[in-house]
Design a protein around this ligand. Structure first.
Ligand SMILES: *Cc1c(COP(=O)(O)O)cnc(C)c1O
Length: 466
């Protein structure tokens, strides 16, 4: 059958029609024109016909997909509280408001209002960081990876940095200590062994080219068994005997002792400073619960050197994140209410009983939404903190376990189809696949009403035999 493509309407005719005009008012003339043109091109390529309304409909679908924001909110039921791929820490309301306020107007980012003179952007948080860590001074950059690069490049360019073989970490997103060292312009000197490093290894590595001693928090893994690590105090003493700075990359720098809330102990920045570190580097969006940034605190003289490195200009923070960080640090001034106000801590401190009660509450609705597709039960499980903090510790939690009921030919891939149905929701729900089941750890289910409301639009596909 031959199709007379000349019967397709022109771009102008589609746009002049009522449906076309609606596309223009909704999305603007340029995007609407482009979408109509693309819809007509698709029809021609497929040798298919459509009338004016039909073309507008196709163009409308294209526009809706194209204009949808690429980054959107998600429901994180993976059981990992600080999930790097899901954006790590969720900010406190106070932090979100503070960022929105300065993003929408000029601000005193680098302006001293009292004197009318130029100011320093890091001054907005320097005081808080000194107060909360006991350090003399602080500098803020894009993330902790940038903090480490800035420290190495400033203090050790062209020189040697001994690091224990047990601490030559790789963390997600291609952050590998040896590569970071090379790119920062310094020479890594590997000391000790994977499982045991001694004070004499540090002593033996110090030579005329040594720039500093460094300790790296072994995020994401633990060395267990026949092990030995040298205590911070001891490395600091060795460094200081040789007139060298001691730098501690804490990774997930915590500002308060988590034991206060019954959580496992993670070294605090204050402890690291008290144990003799001259500089401590840590992330803003891990346990601290703030925006993505990297923080270096420590001796004023060294921090001033970092601030003067031209790289600081390339790695500096924008006003929105600085405002969010400042607001987050202000919450730490009142530790009694911190667990209510800081989402990261609120989620980490939820009790297993509270999570179980929530699981039992949502169970009937989830069960009914999955009738014919999966059975649903509540089971105990263990959440992890994530982002390298306390990699071996787990927090008691509860999850919904969704087991597909498909049998025979349709059973293959049934769990994946279930997972993809939840990912296809307006606010995608992400769980974990384990033992042929989809598991939703409810520790991070903040928006319970939103989660339940979406179940009505859940559509699980039938698979091969269906
Ligand atoms: C997470 C981490 C980093 C990198 O921090 P980002 O904020 O992700 O750039 C560096 N060192 C250690 C020890 C870490 O745990």
């Amino acid at each position: 059958m031959t199709v007379d493509l000349s019967r397709l309407p022109s771009v102008d005719r589609v746009l002049a029609d009522e449906a076309g005009a609606t596309l223009v008012t909704t999305h603007g003339r340029v995007p609407a024109t482009d979408a109509v043109r693309a819809a007509l091109a698709d029809l021609r390529a497929a040798r298919a016909l459509a009338d004016v309304a039909g073309v507008a409909l196709i163009a409308g679908k294209r526009l809706t997909a194209e204009m949808a924001p690429s980054q959107r909110r998600m429901i994180n039921l993976t059981g990992t509280v600080l999930h790097t791929n899901l954006g790590r820490a969720v900010l406190a309301e106070e932090a979100v408001r503070a960022a929105a306020e300065v993003l929408a107007a000029p601000s005193n980012l680098e302006y001293d209002v009292a004197s009318g003179k130029r100011g320093e952007r890091d001054d907005h948080v320097r005081g808080w960081l000194r107060k909360l860590t006991g350090a003399e001074d602080a500098v803020i950059v894009n993330n902790n990876a940038a903090a480490v690069v800035l420290v190495l490049n400033t203090l050790a360019l062209g020189r040697e940095v001994p690091v224990s073989r047990g601490e030559l970490i790789e963390i997600g997103g291609a952050f590998r200590m040896p590569d970071i060292m090379a790119r920062s312009g310094c020479r890594l000197v590997e000391i000790g062994t994977t499982n045991r490093t001694h004070a004499r290894d540090y002593e033996g590595a110090v030579g005329p080219d040594t720039a500093m001693l460094m300790k790296v928090h072994p995020s994401n893994y633990a060395v267990v068994g026949f092990t030995n690590v040298v205590a911070e105090k001891e490395i600091a003493a060795i460094a200081h005997r040789h007139g060298l700075p001691f730098v501690n990359d804490l990774g997930s720098g915590q500002l308060v002792d988590l034991e206060r809330w019954g959580l496992p102990h993670e070294p605090t920045v204050r402890e690291a400073i008290a144990d003799g570190a001259d500089l401590v580097t840590f992330s803003g969006d891990k346990l601290l619960g703030g925006p993505q940034c990297g923080i270096v605190v420590g001796k004023r003289e060294l921090v001033q050197k970092l601030a003067k490195n031209p790289l600081k200009r390339a790695l500096r923070l924008d006003k929105g994140r600085l405002a969010a960080l400042e607001a987050t640090l202000r919450l730490y001034a009142d530790p009694d209410r911190l667990a209510e106000r800081l989402p990261t801590l609120r989620l980490l401190t939820r009790t297993a009983a509270d999570i179980e009660a929530q699981a039992r509450r949502v169970l009937p609705a989830v069960t009914s939404a999955l009738t014919g597709h999966a059975s649903v039960s509540v089971e105990p499980c263990r959440s992890q903190i994530g982002s390298g903090a306390l990699p071996v510790d787990r927090l008691e939690s509860h999850c919904l376990v969704l087991r597909p009921v498909a049998t025979g030919k349709r059973a293959g891939g049934a769990v994946d189809r279930l997972a993809s149905a939840f990912r296809a929701l307006a606010v995608p729900v992400i769980g974990r696949i384990e033992d042929d089941s989809l598991r939703f750890d409810l520790r991070c289910l903040d928006d319970e009403a939103g989660f339940l409301a979406q179940l009505a639009s859940l559509h699980v596909s039938e698979g091969a035999g269906g």
